[in-house]
Design a binder for this molecule. Structure first.
Ligand code: DGL
Length: 263
């Protein structure tokens, strides 16, 4: 029986939306998750800082026997994917950006695609690059939303949904005149805002970067005969700062979650 784990990391809560999807699609897999809450938010950090945190995150995950790594963070995927692959050639690494771009390209009929993401992800131009390489006709409208991640981490989607919705609506406002038919939630934290995004912009097709990557991971595990046959999957959750507040919000996403602090 395989003891191997799928390693997943993010700056915080966003990564758990990917873990939730892995549990849904691949319930037998062992998962080890690291939320680098000490350095959250990543979205306003320099490329050098994001690379350094991402490398450290993977080192922590590698204490476990990994069969795959999921970069459940668009900001890290945008800035650090190549470096992570270079230093970890022996482990397959899956990123969220290409998977989300692929789904948006498949869904969009008018080739007008909006993206909300962190400042760093938007500045990297990685989504625009991916969507243009899929189809030159794609018109891409990225919006940086620096206020959203700290609000989500504070649990404001529950404690103050009115304020959360107003802030999201402000960011989405410029997209209303762009005639987009598809919106990418290009930050894994924003998966939590799926319903609010639908309410603010009804009729749009919504693509969550958190979820698309899991189909790719599943395909890889299947094709390489690496699917787990565990009867009881192990799940390990770690963060780099005080877990108390994080655990309360995380419990809204994952049942029976227990989080330990490392570092
Ligand atoms: N959830 C992350 C992302 O997908 C990081 C957000 C942040 O820490 O700013 O970009």
């Amino acid at each position: 029986m395989s003891k191997k784990y799928i390693g997943v990391f993010d700056s915080g809560l966003g990564g758990l939306t990917t873990v939730k999807e892995i549990i849904r699609q691949l319930p037998d897999e062992n998962i080890v998750f690291l939320g680098d809450t000490l350095h959250m938010p990543y979205g306003n950090k320099t490329t050098e800082e994001i690379i350094s945190y991402s490398l450290e995150n993977v080192e922590v995950l590698k204490q476990y026997d990994l069969k795959a790594i999921v970069i459940a963070c668009n900001t890290s995927d945008a800035n650090a994917r190549e470096v992570l692959k270079k230093y970890n050639e022996d482990i397959p690494i899956f990123g969220v950006i290409n998977a989300a771009a692929l789904q948006a390209d498949e869904l969009s009929v008018n080739h007008r695609i909006g993206i909300i993401a962190t400042k760093s992800t938007v500045d990297s131009g990685k989504y625009v690059e991916a969507l243009h390489s899929l189809n030159k006709k794609n018109r891409v409208y990225p919006i940086a939303c620096p206020k959203l991640v700290p609000m989500i981490e504070k649990g404001m989607f529950l404690s103050d949904p009115k304020q959360m919705k107003e802030t999201l609506a402000e960011y989405l406002e410029p997209l209303k005149e762009k005639d987009i038919d598809t919106l990418i939630l290009g930050c894994t934290h924003y998966d939590i805002l799926w319903n609010l995004s639908k309410e603010i912009m009804p009729g749009l097709m919504i693509v969550s970067s958190s979820r698309c990557v899991v189909a790719e991971l599943k395909r890889y595990l299947k094709e390489n005969d690496l699917l787990s046959k565990n009867k009881k999957a192990q799940r390990i959750y770690m963060v780099t700062s005080d877990p108390e507040d994080f655990e309360k919000t995380a419990a809204l996403l994952i049942d029976d979650i227990e989080i330990k602090r490392i570092a």
